[in-house]
Design a protein. Structure first.
Length: 491
């Protein structure tokens, strides 16, 4: 099974054995971060054809490394950077560079729609504000590039574009449409009211296919270019955060997938249609959402997480390893003896209703505290920001009992893991997986190689389980409450 993961920094490809469920080869291109074009401040664009070239190079390497033959690839799955806009013409060629997820030019278009259409209409139908998502980006193109807009045949997300290059067929999924604000959950169809507001014809929406199914197949032209077999089915597609959750076998209500790199993401599954009235989290159709079975992905993103830990390492403990830094932090008691760090120093935070309050160190006593207190307070502050967002998810009806994560980044720190388990009361399970492997297994589900997700992820390697230490829970919660009081004074 072949999985692609189209990121903004690279495209990764992995081959997963049907028999063992293990990854037998993986590679990514480019080896240095892919360029992002920023013609103006706040803009971020990439050439969609570059994703195709990176996918080809990654595929060539893994097929050679694994000694795999073209006819041995049984199914293809695709994960991709969310919220991007790719406009294609009738020849299926890109009309302009893709406007990717971190481009902010469309913010005023989303805000205007939210104001004009009303919060109730947007939240009850879209489950979000139109914000800076794909539909608002399309509205920007319509207003600022009207001649080009008139040539658009279909609007695609990055994963849709790669699937189209593989097959010659343009289509999309409900999950993909929901992340672009094109899906009406109340009417269970494309969001006609928002399309009408922006003056966009419904015909620009590509045909909708199931997330797990034969969506299309590799064309003869693509097969020759890639060294694959014509007719190989493309059977799964998911945005990077829903796909990360799939990779960690997070598919049921109450289950959580978390990552804590430069920024932090908590992605939880909700079994009922709901939304946050203040739009502090985003809600999309999860990969296993259907009209008959509600499965929504609630996405919490916190900008100031691992970047704070890296800043502390660089500026406070530059001469020791991250592991030694973790040991230093562990020498200080829970609560860092009164030092609290609010970690929001990486721009505006959606969880704070888009406020930009900065990072602050509080309660520092020059006669009592040292760098160990700062290192621990930083990690605790990151955990507390996660828990602050998770409270919003709980208010939406999510019962958080288990957190799944890859053993990477902040989750390498025992202090971070124990604090998160201690405050949330949830069990943390750490796994060895990634997005391209998850996409390959998703392809296996969609192709019927696996009868269900349980079979697909039976071989998922669980590396560690962290249970909350109930004897210390009161101390963890006391530290968290002190942090929240500090935060409330700064809001």
């Amino acid at each position: 099974m072949l999985g692609f993961d189209v990121g903004s920094s690279s495209v990764k490809a992995s081959l997963v054995s049907v028999d063992s469920g293990k990854c037998v080869a993986s590679a990514f291109y480019p080896e240095k971060e892919a360029p992002i074009m920023a013609v103006k401040a706040g803009w971020a664009e990439q050439n969609p054809d570059s994703w195709w070239e990176y996918a080809k190079l990654s595929l060539k390497k893994i097929m050679s490394e694994a000694g795999a033959k073209a006819d041995e690839v049984e199914a293809i799955g695709i994960s991709y950077q969310m919220h991007g806009l790719v406009c294609i013409d009738k020849e299926l060629k890109p009309l302009r560079p893709a406007i990717i997820w971190c481009d902010s030019r469309a913010v005023p278009y989303g805000e205007r729609a939210f104001r004009d259409l009303g919060a109730e209409q947007c939240l009850t139908h879209l489950l979000n504000s139109p914000g800076n998502f794909t539909a608002a980006k399309l509205a920007w193109v319509k207003e600022n590039e009207p001649e080009l807009f008139g040539k658009i045949y279909k609007v695609l997300l990055p994963g849709d574009y790669l699937a189209m290059r593989l097959s010659g067929v343009a289509n999309t999924t409900v999950s993909g449409l929901s992340e672009g604000m094109f899906w009406d959950f109340k009417e269970n169809q494309p969001a006609q009211f928002l399309l009408d507001y922006y003056g966009v014809d419904k015909s620009l929406i590509a045909d909708i296919v199931p997330t797990f199914a034969v969506q299309s197949s590799v064309s003869a032209e693509a097969a020759e270019e890639l060294g694959l077999k014509a007719g190989t089915p493309i059977t799964y597609r998911g945005g990077d955060q829903p796909n990360n959750a799939l990779s960690l076998n997070v598919l049921n209500p109450g289950e959580i997938a978390a990552t804590a790199g430069t920024s932090g993401v908590v992605y939880g599954v909700l079994g009922d249609v709901n939304y946050d009235l203040k739009s502090r989290v985003n809600t999309f159709a999860h990969v296993n959402h259907t009209a008959e079975q509600t499965r929504l992905g609630v996405l919490l993103c916190i900008n100031g997480t691992g970047i704070l830990n890296a800043w502390v390492h660089r500026n406070i403990t530059p001469d020791v390893s991250y592991a030694a830094m973790n040991d230093l932090a562990a020498s200080v008691p829970i609560g860092s003896e009164g030092v609290t760090i609010v970690p929001f120093g990486n721009g505006a935070e959606r969880v704070l209703e888009n406020r930009e309050i900065g990072c602050s160190v509080n309660g520092l006593n020059f006669n009592k505290h040292n760098k160990a207190h700062l290192v621990r307070a930083a990690q605790e502050g990151i955990v507390f920001s996660f828990c602050y967002g998770m409270e919003i998810m709980q208010q939406m009806g999510m019962d958080i009992k288990k957190i799944h994560a890859g053993k990477a980044n902040m989750f390498l720190s025992p202090l971070f893991r124990n604090t998160l388990a201690g405050v949330s009361g949830a069990t943390i399970e750490l796994y060895d997986t990634d997005g391209s492997v998850g996409a390959a297994k998703g392809a296996g589900i969609g192709a019927g190689i696996y009868k269900n997700s349980e079979e697909a992820f039976a071989t998922l390697e669980k590396l560690e389980v962290i249970e909350p230490d109930m004897a210390l829970r009161a101390e963890y919660l006391s530290a968290y409450e002190a942090w929240k009081k500090t935060l409330s004074k700064q809001m």
